[in-house]
Structures are given as C-alpha cells and as structure tokens.
Write a protein that binds this ligand. Structure first.
Ligand code: NAD
Length: 271
C-alpha cells in the first residue's frame, strides 16, 4: 500500500514505547508513505530502549522530551525542524498516563497530586505541544495535529478512572487550538477516538481483557486494530483530509453508535 500519500511531508511522532504502541505502527506507516519524521518519548520511557530499533528501521533520530516540559518541547521542535530540513506538516500526540490508574486509585478516591499529573501528561501536554509549535511557527499551512483519545470522554467506563477527565480535556483542546491555529495558519487539530487496543497503556486499565472482548463483540466491524488506527493517522496527516479540523473522530468499528448486540444478549439469555 505504498502510494506515497505523505511524500515530502515532515513530522514528529510521540509515544512509541514498544512494537505494540499505536505510535510505533504510525511511524512504520508514515515511513511507508514517504514521510520523514523524528521520534520522541519521555527520557524515562526510553530506558527500555526498544525505540532505538524503530529509529533504525525508519532511518531517523530520537529526540528525548518530557511532553509536560516546555523547555524540552522547544528543543524538540527546533531540533526536528533542523534535522528534517524545514517546517513540519504533522505531529502525532500519542501520550497517556495516569498515576491514579497505575496505583489502583478509583475515581472516588483520587490522589490530587496524581490527578494533576494525569491531566498534565495526558492532555495538558497536547496544549503545550501545539502552543510551542504556534509560538515557534514550526508548522506549515494545512499541517495536521492528531491526538489519540477514548470514548470514556463521553461515556462512563468506571475502570478508566481519571483518564476519562483527561480525554475530555484533550478533545476540548483539539477544538480550542483547531479554532485558533486554523484561523491564524490554516493548521488542523483533531482527535481520533480509538477502540481498546492491547498496548502498555491500554492493558494498564483494570479488566482490560474482558472489556476488549466486549467492545469487539459490540462493534459490527470488531475492534479497530493499532494498524488500522495508523492508516487513519496517515489519512489525517495527508492532504486528502485537509478540510477536517476541530473534530473528535471515532475509529472504533462502529462501537460508539451501538446500543446492544445479539452476541451480548445471548450471554444473558436464560438467566
Ligand atoms: N490502548 C488503548 O486501548 C487506547 C485506546 C484509545 C486511546 N488510546 C490512547 O493512545 C495513546 C497511545 O497509547 P498506547 O495505547 O499506544 O500505549 P503506550 O503505552 O504504548 O503509549 C503511551 C506513551 O505515552 C508516553 N508517555 C508517558 N508519559 C510521557 C511524558 N511525560 N512525555 C512524553 N511521553 C510520555 C509513554 O512513554 C508511551 O510511549 C494514548 O493517548 C492512549 O490513551 C489508547
């Protein structure tokens, strides 16, 4: 499927931790479609070292950055523009982490220091990434920011805890910046609301396996894979989607519009 949809485009891809990461697949597909980009992740996450393999495969470099640090982000943009030889056309925000979820703190008993970190890492970092780009004028016209989100922003999934609040904020930031950056530079900002996906972040949510199967059976097309999500990101970075902005786009095999599916009814029949 190498139709060079991203030929000549430059970008930054955050969040590739290991080969299961959605960002990992996005990097591979962007490369396949002719883009050049830098990779970045939090310095602490990079200790695992897997990202080095991806950088080698994609023929690019890694610029470590904590996405909550404005100083790191400034350096990330400046080095990326320099290394890639010009302004950028796309940025993937694929970052999520909740210390409350990680430590098993439910929504009814949040630690508020952790809560602040959840919001800053999982949503505030999106605002910071976009604001830094705006200030440095690092993005070409019609450039595209994509953040990854989850339907817990709209509906209650109790085990998703405070990440639901972070995702609501993330989606709101896409509308806010979509307006401001669209007006000033014709830059687009959207979120993609992805099916449950077996990754480090996904599997950290309580009851993930049962929930994964439930969503799979509820969706007429089944759960969207990380690979399919990467295809959608490529489309969103390409000129084919140039009039799409300020949207939360469901990429979930139809889950978001389902009420009940016969497979689920069957499980409760005769009870
Ligand atoms: N897996 C799912 O079920 C699912 C569903 C919908 C949306 N998403 C979203 O997709 C995105 C990517 O997650 P994933 O599922 O690929 O999991 P992942 O664990 O592979 O990726 C999360 C990434 O966030 C990075 N990160 C954490 N703190 C950071 C910081 N301070 N600075 C920079 N990077 C930081 C991690 O190092 C990691 O690479 C997240 O926003 C997640 O919420 C995931």
């Amino acid at each position: 499927m190498a139709n060079q949809l991203l030929a000549g485009k430059r970008g930054i891809i955050t969040g590739a931790l290991d080969e299961n990461s959605i960002a990992w697949k996005v990097a591979q597909k962007c490369k396949e479609q002719g883009a050049t980009f830098t990779l970045t992740n939090a310095p602490v996450a990079m200790r695992m070292g897997a990202i080095n393999r991806l950088a080698e495969e994609c023929g690019t470099k890694i610029i470590p950055a904590d996405a909550t640090s404005l100083e790191d982000l400034e350096k990330l943009y400046a080095e990326s523009v320099d290394y890639l030889g010009g302004k950028l056309d796309f940025v993937l925000h694929s970052i999520g982490m909740s210390p409350n979820v990680r430590k098993g703190k439910p929504y009814t008993d949040l630690n508020y220091d952790f809560y602040g970190k959840t919001l800053d890492i999982s949503a505030g970092s999106f605002h910071k990434m976009i604001q830094t780009s705006h200030k440095l004028d690092a993005m070409n016209e019609w450039g595209s920011f994509v953040g990854l989100t989850y339907i817990a922003a709209q509906r209650i999934f109790p085990d998703y805890g405070d990440m639901a609040d972070a995702k609501s904020l993330l989606e709101s930031i896409a509308r806010g910046w979509g307006y401001h950056y669209g007006q000033s530079k014709k830059v687009r900002v959207n979120t993609i609301s992805q099916s449950p996906t077996k990754t480090t972040a996904g599997s950290g949510v309580g009851g993930f396996d049962a929930f994964f199967s439930y969503a799979d059976q509820m969706s007429p097309l089944g759960n969207a894979s990380a690979d399919a999500c990467a295809d959608y990101c490529v489309f969103m970075f390409s000129d084919l989607s140039r009039m799409i902005t300020m949207q939360n786009l469901y990429h979930d095999g139809g889950f978001s519009n389902m009420g009940i599916a016969p497979q689920i009814v069957e499980k409760f029949s005769g009870q």
